[in-house]
Design a protein around this ligand. Structure first.
Ligand code: ADP
Length: 615
């Protein structure tokens, strides 16, 4: 498959495209560096220019030294010593130039280290800032998520690497041009020979870089799987089941399998690249020695001096290594470009147009209305919700009942505007959710999802997360924990509200499922401004009695609020003012407990089943 793909990319057009592809993002990378630090960029550019020019200067002074030495030795034989002083000063100059070259190189790596830190931070912040503007749908799209992880993983190394290579390339090109200027006085052909000797290797390099690029993209899903397997095998949250179900060896085998597959493709490419490299490199060596012979011959004919001969030898040798450094920069720039294209793809992901601006409704006491709402997940075949009609007034509670996958959570996601309906509309206090200012809307809603977040922060902050404005407000933590029935166990923790949670940190405590749920409930009570509270099975890990108490609690503590509850326990569900039964995305029954029992439909059947269980 690889062989096939790569052989498809050998055309001339592809080589040209590969060549220009290597520079596609150089401008943006340099802009990025420039905007990160003007001073460092200027310093880097200046030092690059100096480091590019110095080698030619060193070679030229070297030639002068040899000629001066030859002249001095002749002079000494004839009794004079004027050239000896010249030799001395030329050696001093050469020493200074070599010292300056070393200083320039140090300076370059100094600037690079500082830039690495600043640039890494800058790119990471750009990535995270963008993440804040994205929709939930983006995070649930595996391809997009892949882009995001890749962008993040190499954020601190790739942009700088591209910049280093671009500057390195510039340095070598400057050096090559300055060699050319010196070589022209030997023969205009010398420069042409130097470049022509590099050409085959150059073509091969760009071609294989193109192949490496294709290979890299082709195996992205495999690499993703490998990374995922690493996570499952080596992280605490996967470890429990991996051990108990004995999945380890099987998953490790799969991991190895992927490696072998990727390795084979890698090996083939490397083999081809290196054998071509060897052949074409030989051409380079032959050219170099051909040029040496040419120079030596010209010297023997006394057309150039001994000093010039050493200089031309040096220029040829260094010229060749500049050519190969340029080649490998271009090769490396490919991968960096691949990264940057991922990064910019990600950063330029279109986001939804900003929401409306309403901060209050036109009918303050109308509550929530769903009008003929339908919704299908992106890429899904059948709708997750169809033709939903509902009306909940302030002070009322609503329970959603239905099998797993019937669409209950989806309904909540639409209500909280994590997704928008495909058709129909959802109104809050008479205003379409789309026209609400997003922040004003979210401030009114408090939700606990069944997979609520377990932050590896302090206990108090886990509660405080329910209201960013009071994230660190201990008095409010206590109040909310009291209502969420969490205060009792929190106060028994070693450091109370200051206890660190989670295994990522020293002394981090793990909580039981039920305790976490109490934290989540307390978090919901932090949102004292919110007048719509949504509980998506947050009490599943508690016993039925505790759940009923909590729901009762919610109802009494939230007189004018709307409470929406998803639960499989009828002891709780029956207390709600309205109950809807959802099946395959549609409402099949709607009413209060007594009405639904009287209808003797689905609800009544499920209720009696569960009631029997308790008898
Ligand atoms: P419930 O909360 O009732 O268990 P959900 O609302 O989570 O059910 O799911 C309803 C349907 O939508 C299910 O068929 C589920 O597979 C599908 N679904 C849920 N989330 C997504 C998603 N992010 N992308 C695609 N389909 C989804």
């Amino acid at each position: 498959m690889i062989a096939h793909k790569s052989s498809a990319s050998t055309g001339k057009g592809d080589i040209a495209r590969s060549f220009f592809g290597a520079f596609r993002f150089s401008r943006r990378a340099i802009e990025l560096v420039w905007s990160t630090s003007h001073a460092l960029t200027i310093a880097l550019a200046t030092l690059t220019l100096i480091a590019g020019l110095l080698p030619a200067g060193i070679a030229w002074v070297g030639a002068q030294i040899v000629d001066a030495v030859v002249a001095a030795s002749r002079e000494v034989q004839s009794g004079g010593a004027a050239h000896l002083a010249a030799v001395f000063w030329l050696v001093v100059l050469e020493g200074l130039l070599v010292g300056a070259m070393a200083a320039a190189q140090r300076g370059i790596s100094f600037c690079q280290s500082l830039l690495r830190a600043q640039l890494g931070q800058r790119v990471n912040v750009m990535i995270l800032e963008k993440a804040l503007t994205l929709d939930l749908a983006h995070f649930e799209d595996s391809e997009f998520y892949d882009k995001l992880t890749r962008a993040r993983r190499e954020a601190s190394s790739r942009p700088l690497s591209l910049v280093n290579r671009t500057f390195g390339l510039a340095q070598n090109v400057i050096a090559l041009v300055s060699y050319g200027v010196l070589l022209v006085s030997f023969s205009p052909w010398a420069m042409a020979v130097l470049l022509l000797a590099g050409l085959p290797a150059f073509v091969a390099e760009t071609k294989f870089s193109g192949d490496a690029f294709t290979l890299f993209r082709w195996r992205s899903p495999d690499t993703r799987m490998q990374l995922y397997l690493e996570t499952v095998l080596a992280r605490e949250d996967g470890a429990k089941e991996v051990k108990l179900f004995g999945l380890g060896p099987m998953l490790l085998d799969r991991y190895r399998g992927i490696f072998h597959k990727l390795y084979k493709a890698d090996r083939n490419l490397t083999l081809r690249r290196d054998s071509w490299g060897l052949g074409l490199g030989l051409i380079g060596t032959l050219t170099l020695y051909g040029a040496y012979a040419w120079i030596a011959f010209t010297t023997a004919m006394a057309r150039i001096t001994l000093g010039q001969m050493t200089m031309y030898f040096m220029l040829f040798r260094q010229g060749q290594s500049a050519v190969s450094a340029i080649l490998s920069s271009i090769g490396g720039m490919y991968e960096d470009n691949l990264y940057l294209s991922t990064l910019y793809d990600y950063l330029e992901t279109p986001v939804r147009a900003p929401s409306g601006s309403a901060s209050r409704g036109t009918h303050a006491t109308d509550g929530i209305r769903f009008e003929r709402v339908s919704f299908t997940y992106p890429g899904a075949e059948s709708p997750a919700l169809e033709d939903i009609n509902l009306h909940i007034r302030p002070g009322e509670s609503l329970a959603l009942v239905g099998q797993n996958g019937s669409g209950k959570t989806t309904l909540i996601k639409l209500l909280t505007r994590l997704y928008s309906p495909d058709s129909g509309r959802i109104l809050l206090d008479g205003v379409d959710l789309v026209d609400w200012d997003e922040t004003a809307l979210r401030r009114r809603i408090g939700v606990i999802f069944q997979d609520f977040a377990r932050y590896q922060l302090r206990v108090g902050e886990n509660v405080g997360a329910g209201d960013v404005n009071h994230f660190e407000d201990e008095a409010r933590w206590r109040e909310a924990s009291e209502k969420g029935m969490a205060s009792e166990f929190i106060e028994n923790l070693p450091a109370g509200y200051e206890t660190q949670l989670g295994k990522w940190f020293n002394d981090g405590r793990e909580l039981s499922g039920g305790q976490w749920q109490k934290i989540a409930l307390a978090r919901a009570f932090m949102r004292s401004e919110a007048d719509i509270l949504v509980l998506d099975e947050p009490t599943a890990a508690m016993d039925a009695e505790a759940e009923a108490t909590i729901f009762e609690h919610f109802r009494t503590l939230s007189k004018n609020r709307i409470v929406i509850l998803i639960s499989h326990r009828f002891s709780t569900v029956r207390m709600a003012d309205q109950i809807i039964v959802i099946q395959d995305g549609r409402i099949i029954e709607h009413g209060n407990h007594d009405q639904l029992v009287q209808q003797a439909g689905h609800y009544a059947h499920l209720f009696s089943l569960q009631a029997k269980g308790y008898q």
